[in-house]
Design a protein around this ligand. Sequence first.
Ligand SMILES: [Mn+2]
Length: 287
Amino acid sequence: MTDAVVDAKAACAALHEAASLMREDPNRSGSLIRFGSAGQLVLTGDMHGNLKNFEKLQRFCDLERSPGRSVILHELVHEELHGHDDIDYSIDLLVRAAQWKVAFPDNVFFLQSNHELAQLRGQEITKGGRSVLDDFARGVELRFGRQRDEVLAAVNDYIAALPLAARTANGIFVCHSLPDPLLLDGFDITLFDRIPSEADLSPGGPGYALVWGRFQTPDEVAFFAERLGVKLFVVGHTPQEFGYARVGQMLILGSDHNHGAFLPVDLSKDYTPEMLEAAVRKFVSVA
Ligand SMILES: [Mn+2]
């Protein structure tokens, strides 16, 4: 079993430091991070507190010895709970991911997701009849006791600093999801040129639509790719029982369970959707 982070001061420091690194990221403009055409970029889907897959990802990335490799993570919070007494300890993953960012600021990146955004906005999501906000706060309280509120505030600082998307020189656009089909046409793509406002991230706003959308067809994905001038999308959000699925030019990854997957992308290579799909790796293949 992995050691939890129990020092509230250290946890808050890591979250705040990760937040300032994200705000000051030299690769960032507005709410978009840009990657050039050198090195490898490792993409993931929803993690939802899965420390086991996170540790495998850290071993695979081996950033100590692989300065040319970068990794993008999203939707780290709100673990799926099974029994009534099950505790959401996804704060552990969030803090450890923040510490990873602090250790490798030029290699570790995060994106906004609907669960992180719901945590920031205090917006209830019910999973299996339970309140994810209450469950998360309970886990934070069990870990940090009376420092609970300080840690929750640091979590909010971290979430507020998250960029919305990443774009690579070889035409891959990475975000948590895409807007619902009916919103693709009128979607305000200048969103990516600015730091998202509160309105952008509220219901009816484009940032909100981006992280909550689902059910696009291959034609709708192609239409949106054309609007953004990209070739491929890599997203998470829609649960993937077998780790991934491809919808035309969009690959959906799920990284939060034993059949979870991730995707190492060679930034110097030109990918077809089929090549991208063939590059998917399962966490079970990582020792
Ligand atoms: Mn999601």
